[in-house]
Design a binder for this molecule. Structure first.
Ligand SMILES: [Cu+2]
Length: 449
């Protein structure tokens, strides 16, 4: 049965008279399931937000419904722009309405089990984020399957070096190849250092002698290696660490220069090993250490070249052609599209100083690193710690295989977005949240009702 949509005077009304029904069967009916979606702007996108029940407060909620069920979707216009809601798979469509508080509705009957979409058909709105899923019947096994979390917490940093003398440091790395979570319902076979993307944050002092032991897990299918940009020597260590599965290689270097450096796997095809997740940062602190701050975070950007287009579910595969053409499908902070928006929560309080160690694994895309609603007080450009920092910077350029250290005081509460200001990449997964709590200072910012 196909039913066209129509406006209801009251959106909570689920009892509808016959003339509105295209099929004309029966004099009235009750929808067996009703959902209410409110349109809004959230996380820099246009979205639907669930109202009531299990979907309450969820952004673009997945609507789970049984087979062969009459479903009603109420749309409340929460932002005032022109919107509708459509589900082509069921030939269902609401009227378009604008103006805050206006509403419309669509009704359809589900058929057999499957996964379908609802979205806003006003040009550009679906691409801007107004899309969710309708899952009919039992969800597919893979939709519910929990995949391995390989993301690195931005809070996972070793303590500061402080005032200690130069000494000897051991760094143990293990290369692995594992299928991990990439996005909601989407997995990818990553290659990692220590089961994390990025790899561990290595923290040493200028003058330290550092022994790197690289073990390649016996289940690996590839040779791996490590090139530290902080190393002076052949291949940054890569020449002597090409290590076969099940084997271990090692070398020792002296950390000659302070700075924030990238390390990565350097086994051919190097770009392939990097895109798959084999990158991390090593910080070489100057004697006396870095100035104290309240919060330190570790964030790295990378891009993935999947054969499947962005948004496809299941386990995705690598596309050599897309990588050589530099046409990524996904951009990720810390190993997944939701690592810094859902999995890990970056927090600070008003008045605290925040330091972000930010690196680009890449392998190819330069980042225009920016925090929406903040100004970097200090940028240690190119990761140089022996140069004077730049002051009062909006956006800073970070090369692939490069890094930066930024510092700023948080002055006003809210949720601040970490982005690459090449903002198309946000639509391909690149975003992070910094949650700032505390009292608002209305001298700094004052909303008017
Ligand atoms: Cu590798």
């Amino acid at each position: 049965m196909k039913v066209s949509a129509f406006i209801l005077s009251a959106v909570l009304l689920v009892f509808i008279s016959a003339p509105a029904l295209a099929s004309g069967e029966g004099s009235d009916y009750r929808a067996e399931m009703t959902f209410t979606l409110r349109t809004a702007v959230a996380e820099g996108k246009l979205v639907y937000i669930g109202q009531g029940g299990e979907i309450d407060g969820k952004i673009n909620p997945t609507l789970a419904v049984p087979e062969n069920t009459l479903v009603q979707i109420n749309m409340l216009n929460g932002d005032g722009a022109l919107h509708d809601v459509v589900a082509e798979a069921f030939d269902a469509r609401s009227d378009r309405v604008s103006g805050q508080g206006s509403s419309s509705v669509m009704i359809f009957r589900t058929g057999k089990a499957g996964e379908f979409f609802y979205w806003c058909s006003v040009p550009g709105h679906r691409a801007a984020g107004m899309q969710g899923r309708i899952v009919v019947g039992e969800p597919r096994a893979e939709a519910g399957a929990k995949s391995l979390d390989l993301t690195h917490s931005p809070m996972g940093l070793p303590p500061a070096i402080g005032g200690r003398d130069a000494g000897h440091v051991n760094v143990n790395l293990e290369t692995t190849e594992k299928v991990g979570h990439l996005a909601d319902g989407t997995r990818y076979k990553f290659w990692t250092f220590n089961d994390q993307i990025p790899g561990p944050f290595v923290r040493v002092r200028q003058g330290d002698r550092v022994t790197v032991k690289l073990h390649n897990d016996k289940t690996s299918t590839m040779i791996h290696s490590v090139d530290f940009h902080a190393v002076t020597g052949p291949g940054g260590g890569a020449e002597v660490t090409q290590v076969a599965p099940g084997k271990t290689e090692s070398f020792t270097f002296r950390a000659l220069k302070p700075g924030l450096y990238v390390y990565h796997c350097a086994t051919p095809m190097v770009a392939h090993h990097i895109t798959n997740g084999m990158y991390g940062l090593i910080l070489v602190e100057p004697p006396g250490g870095l100035p104290e701050v309240d919060k330190e975070f570790y964030v790295m950007q990378g891009e993935l070249y999947t054969a499947e287009s962005h948004g496809q579910r299941g386990e995705l595969s690598f596309s050599l052609e897309k990588m050589l053409d530099e046409q990524p499908e996904y951009y990720i902070f810390n190993g997944a599209t939701d690592a810094l928006t859902q999995t890990h929560r970056m927090e600070a309080k008003v008045g605290e100083t925040v330091r972000i160690f930010f690196g680009v694994g890449g392998p190819n895309a330069t980042s225009s690193f920016h925090v929406i609603g903040e100004i970097f007080d200090r940028v240690y450009h190119e990761g140089s710690l022996s140069s004077e920092p730049l002051k009062d910077v909006q956006t800073t350029t970070v090369a692939p295989g490069g890094a930066t250290m930024v510092e700023f005081e948080v002055d006003y509460p809210g949720r601040y977005l970490l982005v690459d200001h090449a903002l198309s990449r946000m639509e391909r997964g690149l975003a992070g949240f910094l949650h700032v709590s505390g009292e608002p200072d209305h001298d700094i910012f004052e909303p008017h009702d």
